[in-house]
Design a protein around this ligand. Structure first.
Ligand SMILES: [Zn+2]
Length: 486
């Protein structure tokens, strides 16, 4: 049970700081912290460094001395002194913006109908702000914690997690780490993740370019194909795509064909309902016999292996008793030296060892004449079955919302993967859960398909849910402190 006296104090404090907290979150969101070229003191690019500076400024502004390790990619601040530490971790880097934002520019945060819209608000600058303000709240209210509190903001979560690995290698790890970067109540583990690049051994003959995508972990939403002049092919394509606005075909003056195909993007970790634009373009072109046979053979593999994001086509489908279905989604495609290259992001449970999966992948892609120049994996993990922390967070969420939701296993990865005793929870807690749109006030925004969630255009954070998350995490810290003192 949450302590009602502390809860009253916490709620009053949050109400008094709402505007300030939102302002600070928007300040962080204005930094376009997408990974870019490394620079001295900025291994993940200038804007990721700026996001660390902005996070450190927030810690300092709230009265906590920040220590920023630019080369390692994180900044941290602490409150209190104790042998035991409770850590709160968020990340200030973001995924690329993508196309088709409707409500605002990606780095111009907008408050609209109860949502805060902008890249990085929900994922995961809200987590950084929660970490900072939990420290401020505990100090201001003098809440009785014996543990030292640590707030940490990273800048490489989305593209490799080198930041948190450097933290674990160089810092004393907290006794319990809370990572608000997922969903409530609490994740019991995370799927393994394998990022692979596949390359066709045969170069294209007629196709000059075939590419698109934002990052390996975002399903390829739009693809552009350029093809050498070919009147018969143009006629076949025009007939097949007539009346379908997902396809645009143009011919340049010299006859060069340009085909643009739209699919439906989404997060690679759970690609339900997504449509891969590259596979869709490949399927279309495979039906056109005016395209040279060898080009069609290359595209047939894309059609067969990439269309279904759960590995059915390539024969790697797998069901894990704890984690459920394996997923395998393509994010990037490009042509290099005439050869088609594509990325695959595969997520799987603890009963699928990475080495076994790699061998399967080499076999199935190899049988079609493709090489796998790069295969990088991180094993699945699940939290200690005996840890009381997940139950503790679940009970707090149920007390606050009146709805008891079970803990779950995640498809995505968070810092909790690397942090001993790390537990990821959400940044927005609502009565019905953390799911977007379920907050459903009468004037709640309805986002079109493919908009509004993390990694999508119009990424949004439900504002009431965010403040409730801050409240729930404050109670989590109080109760974790009791655990550590016993
Ligand atoms: Zn995140």
């Amino acid at each position: 049970m949450i302590n009602p006296a502390y809860d009253a104090q916490i709620r009053t404090w949050i109400d008094a700081h709402r505007d300030e907290i939102l302002e600070e979150l928007m300040t962080l969101m204005r930094v376009p912290s997408i990974r870019s070229e490394p620079l001295p003191g900025a291994p993940f690019g200038a804007e990721c460094r700026r996001a660390l500076e902005a996070s450190a400024q927030l810690f300092e502004k709230l009265g906590f001395a920040a220590r920023t390790e630019y080369d390692r990619g994180y900044t941290l601040a602490t409150y209190g002194e104790s042998e035991k530490t409770i850590g709160l971790f968020g990340h200030a880097d973001v995924v690329p913006v993508g196309d088709g934002w409707i409500y605002t520019e990606p780095f111009t945060p907008l408050v609209k109908n109860g949502y805060l819209i902008g890249r990085g608000g929900a994922d995961d600058k809200a987590g950084v702000v929660i970490a900072a303000y939990v420290l401020a709240m505990f100090r201001d209210l003098g809440l009785p914690v014996k543990s030292r509190l640590l707030a940490c903001a990273g800048s490489n979560e989305e593209t490799g997690m080198n930041d948190i690995q450097a933290f674990v290698a160089n810092e004393a790890c907290p006794d319990i780490a809370i990572v608000p970067d997922g969903d409530f109540p609490c994740s019991l583990g995370e799927k393994g993740k394998l990022i692979m690049w596949a390359e066709s051994d045969t170069p294209f003959t007629a196709i000059r370019s075939f590419g698109g995508g934002l990052s390996t972990n975002v399903v390829l939403g739009e693809v552009d194909v350029t093809i050498a002049p070919n009147a018969a092919l143009e006629a076949q394509l025009r007939e097949k795509i007539a009346g379908d606005s997902d396809y645009t075909l143009t011919a340049a003056e010299d006859g060069t064909l340009h085909l643009h195909v739209k699919g439906l993007s989404g997060h690679a970790s759970w690609p339900v309902g997504t449509v891969n634009a590259g596979a869709k373009a490949a399927a279309l072109l495979c039906e056109c016999d005016a395209l040279p046979e060898s080009d069609r053979a290359i595209l047939a593999t894309v059609r067969d292996y990439v269309t279904d994001p759960f590995g059915t086509g390539s024969g790697i489908a797998h069901e894990d008793p704890r984690f459920g279905r394996l997923s395998a989604a393509n994010g990037l495609m490009e042509v290099k030296d005439g050869k088609l290259r594509l990325s695959m992001d595969t997520r799987y449970g603890t009963t699928m060892p990475s080495e076994e999966l790699k061998n399967k992948l080499r076999t199935v892609w190899g049988s079609r004449g493709w090489s796998l120049p790069s295969l990088e994996s991180r094993e699945a993990f699940h939290v200690d079955d005996n840890s009381p922390v997940p139950e503790l967070i679940r009970t707090i969420c149920a007390d606050i919302t009146g709805v008891d939701r079970p803990c779950f296993r995640m498809s995505g990865g968070t810092y909790s993967h690397y942090l001993p005793n790390g537990f990821s929870c959400g940044v927005s807690l609502t009565a019905k859960g953390a799911t977007l749109g379920e907050a459903a006030g009468s004037d709640a925004l309805t986002f079109p398909e493919g908009h509004g969630s993390v990694h999508q255009p119009d990424e949004s954070l439900e504002i009431e849910g965010f403040f409730t998350a801050l409240r729930a995490i404050a109670h989590t810290v109080l109760q974790c402190d009791e655990l550590l003192q016993n």
